[in-house]
Write a protein that binds this ligand. Structure first.
Ligand code: TRP
Length: 345
């Protein structure tokens, strides 16, 4: 039985989904679909907050959509943010009830601005990067979502969203927006293969991550060269070995996992065997995803239309909220919508 609460989450179109994204978030999104009413967005407006190329953004947005479908997200739960432009209009309205002081304390803004400055002293920091959390609040509140599955790094943005909702309700219309709660599901935290003290991330470089679309050959190669240690210590496991065990368990291979863990504890484990097991488990898990992705690419047009349709359906929910919000705030509505020729690539 599905519960009545609505779940909303979103991901930036970064190109490839890697194992960190998959085990840390997407796998959980797939499971939540059977428990709640779920809406998942690919947030391309958010991806404009740091320097980018239009063609890459467009390609990555579709790529992310196809990969999410390949992972098992159902098309009716998926939308592309720029196909629901109401998000940006609500973001403006929410920006007028969001606290400037609180916005200046967002650590993700400070971290990203710092990263940009480090790569280039004269780096351009946009207003969009600063108001990013307001758009995120709009993503959540426009669907009156109750639960938001996110990582701990998004806790502050969720708190900001709640404060915006509280202030809106207090100023205009008590109880209009339900207060969204973060949903912190315990998910495996995957580390870089080449530097297991850091979180797996594409920005660290090729050797550090594995995409979910990788071929069996590359999977074997990358796992074989994953960092372990030379002096195993049963008392305290090294980050690299721990990461391999985390990966093995994440693939659902509980039996092999406990068998190898016992070998590790008794000091008989050979890391080649552990790596072999991890690589084979990943190949088994990822092969159907890679095949489904290929099938989707071969029928691109059909799947693009599916996502355009689901985005249009989800847009109806967003448009209804925006109409109500505009009424509540004293804004006006246009007499009719302006027609445009459909040239969406
Ligand atoms: N900021 C989120 C991240 O960096 C992505 C995001 C944008 C999001 N809008 C959202 C997450 C709404 C949850 C809900 O991961």
């Amino acid at each position: 039985m599905k519960r009545n609460e609505r779940v909303l989450s979103a991901i930036q179109p970064t190109g490839d989904i890697h194992l960190g994204n998959y085990f840390g978030a997407i796998q959980n999104w797939v499971r939540l679909q059977d428990q709640y009413e779920c809406i998942y967005g690919i947030v391309d407006y958010h991806a404009m907050t740091t320097p980018y190329k239009p063609d890459t953004l467009r390609a990555n947005t579709w790529k992310m959509a196809f990969q999410l479908l390949a992972c098992g997200i159902r098309p009716e739960h998926l939308f592309i943010q720029s196909m629901v432009p109401e998000h940006t209009e609500l973001a403006w309205i929410l920006g007028c009830v969001a606290s400037y002081g609180e916005a200046t304390r967002m650590t993700q803004f400070k971290d990203k601005a710092e990263q940009l400055r480090q790569s280039d002293k004269s780096a351009f920091i946009s207003v969009g990067l600063f108001t990013y959390p307001v758009l995120q609040a709009a993503d959540i509140l426009i669907y009156k979502a109750h639960l938001v599955p996110v990582g701990k790094d998004q806790e502050q943005h969720l708190e900001f969203t709640r404060n915006i909702a509280v202030r809106f309700n207090h100023q205009f219309h008590s109880d209009y927006f339900p207060l969204p709660e973060p949903l912190f599901t315990e998910t495996p935290k995957i580390k870089s293969l080449a530097d297991p003290t850091r979180k797996m991330s594409k920005s660290l470089g090729e050797k550090h991550y594995l995409s979910i679309l990788e071929s069996p050959d590359i999977i074997r190669k990358r796992i074989r060269s994953a960092v372990t240690d030379t002096q195993p210590n049963p008392e305290s496991i090294s980050p690299g070995v721990e990461n391999l065990f985390t990966l093995l368990r994440a693939t659902g291979q509980e039996g092999i996992y406990s068998e190898l863990l016992n070998q590790y504890r008794s000091g008989t484990l050979r890391y080649v065997d552990l790596k072999e097991a991890v690589a084979e488990a990943l190949i088994k898990l990822l092969t159907p995803i890679r095949e489904r992705y290929a099938e989707i690419l071969a029928n691109k047009k059909y799947y693009k239309n599916l996502i355009k349709d689901s985005s249009a359906d989800i847009r109806n929910i967003a448009a209804q909220t925006l109409r109500e919000v505009k009424d509540i705030c004293g804004l006006l509505h246009a007499a009719r919508t302006v027609k445009a020729t459909d040239q969406n690539p």
